[in-house]
Each structure stands twice: as structure tokens, then as C-alpha cells.
Design a protein around this ligand. Structure first.
Ligand code: MG
Length: 296
């Protein structure tokens, strides 16, 4: 298991690997320069190198500390960036946890969708950890959070069978599928309510390699626990989502699938509680980390 991370250090944008203690980063550039094994300049490009890139990275980390040594940079000295900038829209799944279907439909007997509900978020909505979510007061008065597991596709594929789907998963991250509920309702298509600038916080890391699935998702607003869900409760599993999406439609390395949110969104509270300026939203999925963003 490794956690890949993008960051700024001494004025430079870089990427690297989080050390096992989670408190420092091995810079990909430093590893490359020390051991002459090529990686990639950015995490976008590294994801496209697929398994070969991950093998090179494993070799570098294995060599490190034997005859030469790359010192990790303390996390406290860097500013985190979005792990990578997706090249096309984030692929999202609506109503994929039964309890959330019920709160969304405000009906405790609401039926689960018969097929996955897909929509997308514009690439321009993506922001990184610690960046601010714009409350867009002139456009919406109902900004809501949705803590979700993001699945990152590692290789190009079409018509992927469910039993092969996990071979196409590169890794995992956290997505906050921020939503303007009023716009979601006004326009039949969810795209606009989901795509306002800053409405797709993503990060802080990309988890690759062996991971302990299923994942538990915790969302806190100003420290108060609002969502606690487990990916074992997904109505449509990750293999099912990949196989359905890829049927007749090519998936590409770097595609991100936001797998849906568990219950506990602000619109589901009685009365509803939407986000306001100064609110801090934290989504934690271990061992990916905590994605923290403040509303402005
Ligand atoms: Mg969502």
C-alpha cells in the first residue's frame, strides 16, 4: 500500500509518496534523481504509466536507504495540492446507498434505483485539500456536502466484465460531491447543481496497492459527525459500476468514479442544514486520509 500525493514545496509543484507514518513525503523527483529510474513529472502522467510506473516506484522505495538515501520532507513544510487534475468530467453515481435514497426521496419506503444513476461534474469544479468551497450566494442558497469514495481507473477499457473490473482500478481517493440542492431541483439534469466552481474537492492522497476494503466514510461539519457509511452497503458495487459504465463506452486512465454518498447529508436533516460561510467539512476514509475544506 502506498499513498501518492501532490504538493507545493519551496515554490515548486511536485508529487511524491507519503511515508508510512503519514507525517512526511518522499519526493518523486528526488527519488528519480538519486537512483536514475524514471517516474513522471506529474501524478496525472504517472497514473498513465500504470503498473510499470508503480513497479518502478516500488523499486525506488526498496533501494532507498541502502547505499544512498533520500530524506523525506516533513508534511508540515508543504502545501497540499489536488492529487491530479482529471482530464474529463468526474463520473458520478447518484442514490447508491439505500438509507440515502430514503432521505433523498423523503420516503422511508422509497425503492432503490433499478440501474445506477450516472451524472458528471465539470473538471473546473475540482479543488484540492484545504482550498475553499465557494458558497456562490448569488446562485444558490442550498449548498450541501456529500462524502464519497472516489475510484480511479488505471487503464483503458471497454466492455469490462464485472469479474475483471478490479484489474482496471488504479487506486482510491476521497471526493466531496458538493451540491447546490436548489439547482439540482430546478434543472432536471443534475450537472449544473453539481458543477459550480470549487464543488469537487478531491484528495488528500491516492491510495494504491493492497488496501483494506471495504472502506468506512466519515463526514464531519465543524467537528460534528454527519455521515458514517461503509462501502459494503453500496447498492451497485464498484465492479458493477465499472462494468455498467464501460459497456460500449471507453474508460480511460485517470477517470474518476465518485461512488455515491451514504445518508446524513444536510438536506436529509429536519430541518435541513445547508453549508454556510466558515463551515469546515472534513471527510475521512482511512487510510486515504482526511479531505478538509472550508466554505467561503
Ligand atoms: Mg454524490
Amino acid at each position: 500500500m502506498q499513498r501518492l500525493i501532490s504538493y507545493r514545496h519551496e515554490g515548486l509543484s511536485q508529487w511524491g509518496v507519503l511515508a508510512a507514518d503519514g507525517q512526511s513525503i518522499y519526493s518523486a523527483y528526488d527519488l528519480e534523481e538519486t537512483y536514475y529510474i524514471p517516474l513522471a513529472e506529474t501524478l496525472e502522467e504517472f497514473i498513465e504509466t500504470g503498473e510499470e510506473g508503480l513497479l518502478n516506484l516500488a523499486k525506488l522505495l526498496e533501494s532507498n536507504g541502502k547505499d544512498k538515501s533520500v530524506e523525506p520532507i516533513p508534511l508540515s513544510e508543504v502545501q497540499l495540492d489536488v492529487p491530479f487534475h482529471p482530464r474529463r468530467n468526474i463520473l458520478c453515481v447518484g442514490k447508491n446507498y439505500q438509507e440515502h435514497v430514503r432521505e433523498f426521496d423523503q420516503n422511508k419506503n422509497a425503492a432503490n434505483p433499478a440501474a445506477p444513476i450516472f451524472f458528471t461534474k465539470a473538471t473546473t469544479s475540482v479543488i484540492g485539500p484545504d482550498e475553499e468551497i465557494d458558497s456562490h450566494p448569488d446562485v444558490t442558497s442550498q449548498v450541501d456536502y456529500e462524502g464519497e469514495l472516489g475510484v480511479i481507473i488505471g487503464k483503458r477499457g471497454t466492455d469490462i466484465a464485472p469479474e475483471d473490473a478490479m484489474k482496471y482500478v488504479y487506486g482510491y481517493t476521497i471526493i466531496n460531491d458538493v451540491t447546490a440542492r436548489d439547482l439540482q431541483k430546478t434543472h432536471a439534469q443534475w450537472f449544473r447543481g453539481k458543477s459550480l466552481d470549487t464543488f469537487c474537492p478531491m484528495g488528500p492522497t491516492i491510495l494504491v496497492g493492497g488496501w483494506p476494503a471495504p472502506f468506512t466514510i466519515y463526514t464531519r461539519v465543524n467537528g460534528h459527525l454527519r455521515q458514517e457509511g461503509n462501502t459494503s452497503d453500496l447498492i451497485f458495487s464498484i465492479p458493477k459500476l465499472i462494468s455498467t459504465l464501460s459497456a460500449g463506452m471507453t474508460l480511460l486512465p485517470g477517470d474518476v468514479i465518485a461512488t455515491g454518498t451514504p445518508k446524513g447529508v444536510g438536506m436529509g436533516l429536519n430541518p435541513p442544514e445547508f453549508l454556510k460561510k466558515g463551515d469546515v467539512v472534513e471527510i475521512t476514509i482511512d487510510p486515504i486520509g482526511t479531505l478538509r475544506n472550508t466554505v467561503k
